[in-house]
Design a protein around this ligand. Structure first.
Ligand SMILES: Cc1cc2nc3c(=O)[nH]c(=O)nc-3n(C[C@H](O)[C@H](O)[C@H](O)COP(=O)(O)OP(=O)(O)OC[C@H]3O[C@@H](n4cnc5c(N)ncnc54)[C@H](O)[C@@H]3O)c2cc1C
Length: 392
């Protein structure tokens, strides 16, 4: 499909659906049904089978018409991770049930992967799912679950075969967060906020129709989710001076009294690095337009985390005492993480999480070392040992 043809389609849709006269959800549902949600998806699931690279054309036309968007920041896990996983591994029935309310933001998603004893080593997880008739019964504990307090649905990995080696005995489910037995408790962060939670699963019944992929194939499905996660976290900014470097560069321009030659030199280096990272993200998006995410997503996420921490550290140093003033320690349950909306102290503290969330920087370096540079792999002595025999 050509760019002009796509533009015409959006304009024709807007001539029938005036965004000022329609309710937000109704408008978004109609946009999905017209195939103008994510254009690279199949026609029955919000797309047009068009090249992914054409998505910005659609988004620009809707934005120029003042149309509501689906507030992607409040459903990042849904849009960035659950949707592509459901598209690739789900049945048609699952795609029909879940993708539309996910895209419109009527159903928010969270990710029940990490556990107290299994974060980086995700395949070591011990939350178990036991088959009982048409259902699975799930028991266990998850941790660091962003947005669990707002989510209707979760992507969940659980152990269904403790006799199998750790990567082989896992199965992937779609879990209803309002089901009996799901308990969500806030975890307060270093920033004072509680973006994430502990989630306790006690006898939670999940119908087999909410299994994604085959029994025992959960690891393969989860790998797709994680590769999409790194792209979603690392491939963000699109315009020059977007994000934290923009905030810091503005302060630099407006507050000449803060400048020193040493800071000047460092700011220039950070600015160049931010621009290189942005352009790498752009290249990643172009690669994605022609295929699936690969280890490039890990590099983008690693660079994003390192840079955010370096820029927020620079900002604190530039602002000296003023940088140390913290704006608000009230316990909040934010629906989005906005690094630029609050003060330098918040940015500095929140950026610490960037090198942990979505895979730690150490793990991403391992991935790059092994899959990109071809260096020898870490020894994995537990690879073929039944999970139940592993020391815990
Ligand atoms: C803000 C935030 C939001 C999050 N949101 C979610 C969410 O929504 N859902 C979810 O499931 N999880 C979420 N997480 C959890 C996150 O994915 C895990 O914290 C992360 O994967 C690390 O796991 P861990 O905390 O168990 O650390 P560990 O795995 O115990 O690691 C501890 C340290 O050891 C290092 N290490 C471990 N193994 C190796 C190795 N083989 N080689 C070198 N170094 C190693 C790690 O890099 C790290 O520095 C979130 C975390 C944060 C900070």
């Amino acid at each position: 499909m050509a760019t002009d043809e796509l533009r015409d389609r959006v304009r024709e849709f807007l001539s029938r659906y005036d965004p000022t006269r329609h309710d937000r959800s109704e408008f978004l549902r109609a946009r999905f049904d017209a195939g103008l949600a994510w254009v690279h998806y199949p026609p029955e699931f919000g797309g047009l089978d068009a090249p992914r690279a054409l998505q910005p054309v659609v988004d620009e036309e809707f934005a120029a018409a003042g149309a509501p968007d689906n507030d992607p920041r409040s459903n990042g896990i849904g849009l960035g991770m659950a949707a592509p996983t459901i598209l690739h591994h789900g049945s048609d029935e699952q795609r029909r049930r879940f993708l539309r309310p996910l895209w419109t933001g009527e159903e928010i998603w969270c990710q029940l992967f990490s556990e107290p004893g299994a974060g980086s080593d995700l395949a070591a997880l011990s939350t178990r799912a036991v088959r009982d008739g048409e259902d699975w019964v799930v028991d266990g504990q998850k941790v660091w679950t962003s947005m669990a307090h707002a989510a209707q649905w979760a992507i969940l990995i659980a152990r269904t075969d403790p006799e199998a080696p750790k990567h082989q005995g896992l199965t992937y489910f779609l879990c209803d967060m309002t089901a009996p037995g799901v308990e969500v408790r806030p975890l307060r962060q270093i920033t004072g906020e509680a973006e994430f939670n502990e989630v306790f699963l006690s006898g939670v019944r999940i119908p087999d129709t909410q299994r994604l992929g085959s029994v025992g194939q959960g690891w393969r499905v989860a790998m797709d989710t994680l590769m999409n996660e790194r792209v979603a976290i690392g491939g963000g900014n699109t315009t020059r001076e977007d994000g934290m470097i923009g905030v810091v560069a503005d302060t630099w321009r407006q507050r000449p009294e803060l400048r020193t030659p040493g800071l000047h030199d460092r700011l220039l280096r950070l600015w160049v690095e931010a621009e290189a990272t942005r352009l790498t993200g752009e290249r990643l998006r172009q690669q994605l337009a022609v295929g699936a995410p690969g280890p490039e997503g890990s590099a983008a996420k690693l660079a994003f985390a390192r840079l955010n921490q370096a820029i927020s550290g620079f900002e604190m140093e530039m602002l000296a005492e003023q940088g140390l003033e913290y704006d608000d320690w009230t316990l909040r349950r934010p629906e989005v993480t906005d690094m630029t909306a609050r003060g330098p102290g918040y940015r500095y503290l929140r950026a610490k999480g960037n090198s942990i969330e979505g895979g730690t920087s150490e793990i991403l370096r391992n991935i790059i070392a092994e899959r990109v540079l071809g260096l020898p792999a870490e020894s994995r002595a537990d690879k073929d040992v039944p999970w139940k025999e592993l020391p815990r």
